[in-house]
Write a protein that binds this ligand. Sequence first.
Ligand SMILES: [Zn+2]
Ligand SMILES: [Zn+2]
Length: 823
Amino acid sequence: MGLYFLGNSRLIGSGRCKHRLLKSVGIFSGVLVALFLVLWVALALAVRYGPPIDVDSLYGYNTSSSLFDRHGRLLRSYLATDERWRIPVAENDVSPWVVQATLAVEDKRFRSHGGVDYLAFLRAFRTNLMRGRIVSGASTLTMQAVMLDQEKSGRTLKWKLRQIWRALRLERQLSKDEILSLYLSNAPYGGNIQGIEAAAYRYFGVSAKDLDLPESALLAGLPQSPSRLRPDRNLSGSLVRRNHVLDLMYRDGLIDESALRSAKASVPVITQSPLPREAPHFTDMVHSRYPRVTRMSTTLDLDIQHLAESKLHDAVRGLLPRGVTNGSVVVIENSTGNVLALVGSVDYDNKNYGQVNGALAIRSPGSALKPLIYGYAFDAGVLLPQTVLSDVPMSWAGYVPENFHRNYQGLVRADKALAWSLNIPAVEVLQKIGIVPIVGFLRSVGLTSINGKTDRYGLSLVIGSCGVRLLDLTNAYAMFSRGGEWRPWRICSEDPVPEAGFVPRSWSFDDSGKYLPLAGLKHSGSSWFVLRALSDMSLRQPDEFAPNLSGLKNVAWKTGTSSDYRDAWTIATEKYYTVGVWLGNYDSKPSRALVGASVAAPVALEIVQALQLRSSHHGGNWPFKPTSGLRSVSLCAESGLPVNRGLCSSLDTGDAIVDDDGKTLLLPRSCSLHRKILVDAATGFEVCDKCMAGKATEWKCVSFWPVQVQSFLKVQGVDTRPQHSPDCVSFQRAEHPRIISPVPDGQYIEDYSRAGSMQKILLKANYPLGATEVWWFANDVLIAHGSPDDEQWWIPKAGNYLIRVTDDKGRADTVRVTVDRPE
Ligand SMILES: [Zn+2]
Ligand SMILES: [Zn+2]
C-alpha cells in the first residue's frame, strides 16, 4: 500500500523546443487544474449527496469470534469465515503507543485533515513527477481504512477516486477515533492476522492495550508490507522497519532521545505459536451458543481454570496405571451461578475422546444425588437430621458384616446416614418422599438429563440409577450454599441473570404436563441441615479420605461411585465456590480405582483448598445457621422424632423448620416407638390375657422397632423387648416362622459402591418355640439349611423370587422379593 497511481509520468517528455514545451506545460497545467476542479466539485457533490457507506458491512461480516475471561484475558479467537484472525478493537482499547506509532508512520496529519491530505497529495504528485515513477502514495489512514477489504491489484484512477470519495464520505459519518478503530481492527499484520489486537496476541501474547513502545512501533510498521516483514519469519527486517517508525516518532516529538535509544536497543521475543486456545471445551460451549458474536466476555476465570486443569492432570497421570484415563472439573461461583472453570477432558488434542466435554457427558452419579434427596426430605418436613433411620443387614445386601457389627447399631441418625452415604437409610428417605416428587425436584434444580418417564426410576435412584451432567450436578449443589435458592449456571455475559424467585420454564413440567413450580429449597434450614451433615468431620466415616490439607476449612462434600466402578465423583461446596470433579473413562471401561471418596475427593478438596488460599476472606464458621426459619423442638433421643410425652424416656433437643406463617413445618409424626406392655413381674416375660392368670403382672415401657430392626438388635444383644411367656399355649399355637429378611415385597438392588463387598442377602426368621431345623427355598430351590440360630446367606441373581422357610414341624412362611441390577 502506499504507492498509488497519481498520473502518467510519460506525459512529460524531454522537450525539443522550450517554447513549445512551455506552451504544452501551460495547456497541460490548465487542463489539469480544470480536471482537478471538475473532479473536486464532482467529489464534493458525491460526498454530500451520495449514498452513505455501510460501515457495519464494511468488515463486520467476517470478524473472528473472540472470547475473553472475566478479567478481559483472551481465551480463544475463532477464525472468521474467511479464515482470518480479526479481533475488532476500539481506539481506546489499544496502547497509546500503538496510536502514536501508527499515525507517525501512516498519517501524521490524521487528526487535522478531512479524509484526504492535500498537502501530502501535492508532495507525492511532485515526487512522482520528478522521479518519473510512482514512489509515494499520500494515502491517508482514512483512505486506507475504507479500502482494506478491496483487492489491491488493478489500481486505476477510478480506483483512486473511489477511495478518495469513500474516505471523504467516511469522515462525515464517523469520528476520527472510530476511523482509527476501523483501521486498527482491519489492517493486515502478516499471514491471516488482521487487526492490531490479533497481531498483539499472535506475536507478543498480550492484548494491544498492553503493548509497550518498541512492540507498538514494530507492529505499526507491518501493514505496508505485512507478508515480507512479519516478525516471526523476518525479525531483522521487521526491526529495521520498527527503528524507522521510532525515528519518525522522534521526529514528530512523540518520544525523546533516551526513549528512542532504549526502544531501538530492545530485542523482542516473538511468540511462534498461534493465538491462545484456553479452556477449549468451555469456549466451544460458548461459541456454539453464540457463534456470531464478535467479542464476548465469559464467566471463566483463567487462573482458576489453570488451577483446575493442573489438579486434574496430576490426578489422572497418577491413575493412568490403574486404568483411569480421563476426568472433568467444574468450578461455580455460588453467588452468581457463573462457571469459573470448566475442564472437559485432560487433553483436548487427544484423538480419542479428547474433545468430549466430560462436564456435559451424561453419567451415573452413584451416591452423589443423596444430598439432594435428603435436602428435599428436610424441606418437605418428613425428616430431621436427628431422625433415626434403620440400617440393618436384613433389608440390604452389599456390606461387609464385620464393618457392620463394628460400626452400626442398626439405627442411625439421618445426618450421619447422609455423611456415611448409607444406602438403606437413603432408600427409607426416598420411600418417605416418593419417586415422583423427587424426580420432579431433581429436574427443577437443573438435572434435566433425568428426563425419562418417572416410573422408569425406582428406589435405586439413591445409588444413581439415572444419568446426570457434572455441570448440572455441581450447579445443583451450589444451591445449598445459597441457602436453597437455585440458579441456572451461566457461561457468558449474554446469559440471562435470573430475577429473584426465578422459575425455570423449560423443565418445569412433569410427565403428565403438570407444572412443577419448584426451583430450589424453600427453607434455608434444609440447606443448612445438608451442609452441616456434609461438613462436620465428626460425622464422617473414620476410614474415609480425610483431607489433611493446610488452609482447607469449612467445606461440605459428597462423593459418588457408579455401579461397576465406571464413574468417581465428588462435589464440594463452601462459602463462595462449588467444585465438581468426575473421573472415569469415555469408553466406560471400569476400574477398581474409580471410587469417588478415594480418587475424586482429593482433587476436589485440593482445588477448594487452593481457592481458599487465594483469598483471605474465608474465615469464620461455615455453614451459617440461618437466623430465622428454625425453632428448637424437643425430640425423643431414641427415635429422633418429636417427643411423645409420658412414653419417651430420654429427651433431646433439635432444630425444626418453621414455615412462613410461623408454624413449625409439618414434622415427622411424633415418636411411636414406645409402648407399654404387660409382663410377668417374676420372670419378666410378656403375658397376654390368655396366660396372665395367677401371675403378678406389671406394665413395662419397651421400644417397638420395625421387625427387622428388632431382630437385628436381638442379635446385637441390645434388644430390650421381653419374650412372650413360654407357657402360653395360645401364643405357641398361633405361631409360625416369620421371615424378617428378605423383607416382604422387598426390592433389592445390587450395590457396587463399596469395595470388596459381597452381594448377599441375609436369611433370617423369627421361629416359634420347638423349631430345631429349618430349610430355605427360593422359587422352590433349596438355598440354605441349618438350625434356627445359624446365620444363613443367599447370593441371588437378578430376578423375582418367592422365598419360603419351613421348620421341622412343617410350619412355614413366604415372602416375595425382587432383585434388580442397577442400570
Ligand atoms: Zn420416643
Ligand atoms: Zn400369652
